[in-house]
Design a protein around this ligand. Sequence first.
Ligand SMILES: [Zn+2]
Length: 396
Amino acid sequence: MQNDDLEFINCRNVLDCIERELDKPSRAKVAKHLGLSRTATSLIAQKLIRVGLIKELETTIKGRGRPGTPLVMDDSRWHAIGAAFYSGSWIFVIINLCGTIVAKHQVPVLSTDKDVIIDTLVEGLLYMRSVCPGQMIPGFGIGAPGLIDHKSGAIYRADDLGWKEVIPFGSIVEQRTGLKAFVINRYRANGLAEIRYGNHKNSHNMVYLGIGTGIAGSIYLDKVLQNSTKYRLGHMVIDPHGPVCGCGQVGCLQAMASEGALLSYARLQMAEHPAFLHAAKGKPLQGKLIVSLAEEGDADARACLEHIAIPLAIGISTLANVIAPDEIIIGGPLGDTSSYLVDCVRKGVHDHLLDWQNEDISISQGTQGDYGSAIGAATFMLDQKMELILGESCPD
Ligand SMILES: [Zn+2]
């Protein structure tokens, strides 16, 4: 079956209906929603059941008349492997077609050397392939750092890791594993997991901002990911007199509000005021330590988060003024774990916007945690599951 066949398009539309647009629909509901005949819809549903993409939901029938059998995604047959470089580790997951994790694996990487990072990735992917239950979708979803061309899988640059040269990342992984690599920025992947599996059903236009060693984000218009290297949310200029960013510009959001900026501020205060952050004395100073102290109420840790909340609020207010999203989600390692940071940003944005703008926008905290980026990367590949599973050899 060719990808532009009418039959392929109908299969995709029916699958989208069952996966996202309708809740456990019957064949009749799908037919009505898509304007297809019931016979055509039944034939497509049978095909999708046969290849293990959907299944009929067992129902207990009460009362008179037989309601149509609901169709849902088949969570038992196909599995997808995703990996993401997150908080200094490669995190691997195997998920089913409903996005549920069935296996996970984590390997810390104590280096920013690209060869070490790629070697660890490839080793982990091959391990996950060896433990994958059921049938594996033939490919890998990868949430990588940096500015990524999702079509070629090349990383143009990753300023927070000091990678300035173009790395043919996807091609290297494909050569060494023999399977197709679907590469997406790690925070963009996290946003994809958030939008698909988080509680954001009522939002249509959304911005996800992931905050960690770098800052990257994604924009969804009418729930569709705008996946282009032209979006560089971490490099919005916040202060033309601000610190130098890894990208070579001055005063970027990433330079002012990433984990590095948080730690720089904390170290400066500790140098000037010896009692500052005394609760952190003797421990390695990391973003997660400051976040946990702030959640416990430590005033100094909170002051550090308030410091990075200011540029974040400016950046997000700009996005609100330009894109007017329904929802802005603050995630990544710092956003997911610090409700205090999200509260400060929310307050800052509120002060910058007009009342009627504030009524129409919600600012929420990411919920996907450490595995979110890997789940999102697997999901990015799952968006191609029709092509990968059916391809040109779809059984009739
Ligand atoms: Zn920059």
